[in-house]
Write a protein that binds this ligand. Sequence first.
Ligand SMILES: Nc1ncnc2c1ncn2[C@@H]1O[C@H](COP(=O)(O)OP(=O)(O)OP(=O)(O)O)[C@@H](O)[C@H]1O
Ligand SMILES: [Mg+2]
Length: 339
Amino acid sequence: MPDHDRDHAPAVETRALRRTFAAPRNRPGAAVEALAGVDVRIERGEIFGLLGPNGAGKTTFIKILTTLLFPTSGEGRVAGHDVVRAAGEVRRRISLISGGESSGYGSLMVRECLWMYSQFYGIPAAIAWPRVDELLAVVGMTEQAHTRINRLSTGQRQRMNFARGFVSDPEVLFMDEPTLGMDVNAARALRGYVARWVRAKAGRTVLLTTHYMAEADELCDRLAIIDRGRVLACDSPAALRRQVQGGQHVELEVSVREGDGTGLPSLDGITAAWGAPHPERGTRTLKFRLPPECPLVDVLRQLEAQGVRVQGVATREASLEDVFIAVVGRGLEDTEVVK
Ligand SMILES: Nc1ncnc2c1ncn2[C@@H]1O[C@H](COP(=O)(O)OP(=O)(O)OP(=O)(O)O)[C@@H](O)[C@H]1O
Ligand SMILES: [Mg+2]
C-alpha cells in the first residue's frame, strides 16, 4: 500500500481473521478456535469496545493486532500496516495496556520507569518529562513518583501501567480490561481521561475490551459483541440498545424457597433469566423483556399460578446487558437464560 493511502487507512481493519490453538497434549482433538473469522473496521478517532464472555477471543484479537501473536489465517492491519509483514511499523504506532498484567522494572522508581518507556520511543526530553509528570497526576501517583515499582500495591502498579500506555502518544491504543480490579473512583477518573485523550488530537484511536457494561456504554462510540471467536453484533451502544427495544425491561424480586432457585418459571412467550440473588432477603431477581402485546399483570398471574411470590417490580429502559443477553444467549455474570 502506498504511503498516501495509509494516511487514510482505518485505524484497524481485519479480514477473515482466524486463530486456532492446538489441542493440549493431554486432550488430543480439542483444538480451540479462538477467532473464527473476524471482520472489523475501526475508524481513526473512534473508541471501539469488544464485549464478550470469558474465552470469547478478545485477548487473542488484541494480541494479534499488537503483534504478540500470529494469526492462523486472514489479515489484520493497523494504520494500514500488516500486523505480520510490517510488525515493526505497527509497533511504532501503538501501545498496549493490560489491566490483568503488571510489568515494569521492579528496582526502578515509577517516574524513572515511565521516562525509560518514553525513551524507547525516542520522545524528546522536553516533551517526555512534562508528559510523564502529567500522566503521574492523571493516575493519581504524583506522591509515588519516587517509589520503587516493587513497593507499589497491585492497584498502583496497574495505574502505572495505564500511564505507561500513554507515554509514547500512540496512534492506536489497545487496552485489555484496563480498569480490571481498580477501585470505582480510579476507574472513573481513568475512563474520563481516555475520552478526553482521544478527542484532544485528531486521529487517536482506542480499542478496548471490558467486562463492565457501564464502561462500554459510557466510553465506546461503537461496540462489537463477540462470542466463541465471532462478532455477533457491531454498532453504537445506542443502536444496539434500540435493537432489543420494543418491549419494557422488567425485573421482579421473587421469593426463593429452600433448595430451589435454579429452575425458571415458565412464562408464555417470554425468555426470562435469573439475576442476582439477595440471600439476606431470601429473594432473587427475575429479569425479562415484556413483549409490547403482553400486559405485565398477565405475567404476574402466571407466576402466582406457579406459586412464585413477587415482592417487588421494577421496569426500565433496555441496557447493554439486555443486548448482550439477547445476542449471546446468556449474561456476562451469574445469569442463566432458559428459552
Ligand atoms: N496460548 C493459548 N493456548 C491455548 N489456548 C488458548 C491460548 N490463549 C487463549 N486460548 C483459548 O482461546 C480462547 C479465547 O481466549 P481469549 O484469552 O482470547 O479470551 P477472552 O475473550 O480474552 O477471555 P477473558 O474474558 O477470560 O479474558 C479460549 O478458549 C482460550 O482458552
Ligand atoms: Mg482476555
